[in-house]
Design a protein around this ligand. Structure first.
Ligand SMILES: [Zn+2]
Length: 256
């Protein structure tokens, strides 16, 4: 069984003690590809080092995370992202988006940074990876403004209503589904039941959001299997079909 982890911060310091072994465990568990979203200037070096260590399995993306959009530094950060985007090929642009959970005061500059990254994704014909936390309305609005038929991507760690999910899909996006699907009070299973599997990809967001039965611990890419199993239950489809279709969806999004 082959699975793709479309969103994992495997360069995180939390993996310093066993990073190589952790990626090898994931590969042994059938996770053929792991896509690494960038955070900001601080995360680039570690991300590129991991990609260099596992060039057939780990794929770097370039962008600026909404929580790293700060008034005094975001223009410098965006200039660095733009420079890197021009210097080599990437699997995608991100992660970008809007986060109103941690800080509402930066909404204006988060929207500016997000819109600019949408423009780059279109120009480079790359998928864009969207983080939307307590901000689905605002994030959908930025995408709607930017969408001219060229924008595609993933609403990562999707959380929202069926109506929001349908809006995202109508805008040409797929839903990234991670460990929160396994949480007892999650409303995700009911929403995803109504969404065709063609619009869903799997992710871990490691080291964050570990699925049951690993809650409270560090998440890693090998644990994506628990999320695949939860999706199999939610959609009443065989696990093999979940793996086959979500993997095909990811490869279609990122390119083979
Ligand atoms: Zn992330």
């Amino acid at each position: 069984m082959q699975l793709v982890d479309t969103h994992a911060h495997l360069y995180s310091r939390k993996f310093d003690p066993d990073r190589t072994g952790m990626v090898q465990r994931a590969i042994a568990a059938g996770v053929s590809r792991m896509y690494l979203p960038n955070i900001d200037a601080e995360s680039i070096e570690g991300m590129l080092a991991l990609e260099a260590e596992f060039p057939a399995h780990c794929f770097a993306m370039m962008g600026l995370h909404p929580c790293s959009v700060q008034p005094d530094t975001y223009e410098t950060e965006l200039a660095l992202v733009e420079k890197w985007l021009g210097q080599r090929t990437w699997a995608g642009v991100g992660e970008t988006g809007i986060d109103l959970y941690w800080d509402k005061t930066t909404l204006g500059i988060q929207q500016i940074a997000f819109a600019r990254q949408c423009a780059w994704a279109k120009d480079l014909n790359l998928p864009i990876i969207i983080h939307s936390r307590e901000a689905n309305r605002e994030a959908i609005e930025v995408v709607r403004q930017a969408q001219d038929g060229r924008l595609r991507g993933i609403f990562h760690c999707f959380s929202g209503t069926l109506e929001e999910a349908k809006e995202m899909i109508d805008l040409g996006f797929v839903l990234g589904v991670g460990g929160t699907l396994t949480y007892p009070k999650s409303e995700l299973p009911a929403v995803l039941r109504e969404i065709p599997l063609e619009h869903i990809v799997l992710e871990t967001d490691a080291p964050y959001l570990p699925p049951v039965p690993h809650r409270g611990k560090r998440n890693e890419s090998a644990f994506i299997r628990h999320t695949a199993e939860a999706l199999s239950e939610a959609k009443v489809l065989p696990l093999a079909e979940i793996a086959r279709t979500t993997t095909a969806n990811a490869l279609r999004m990122f390119g083979e």
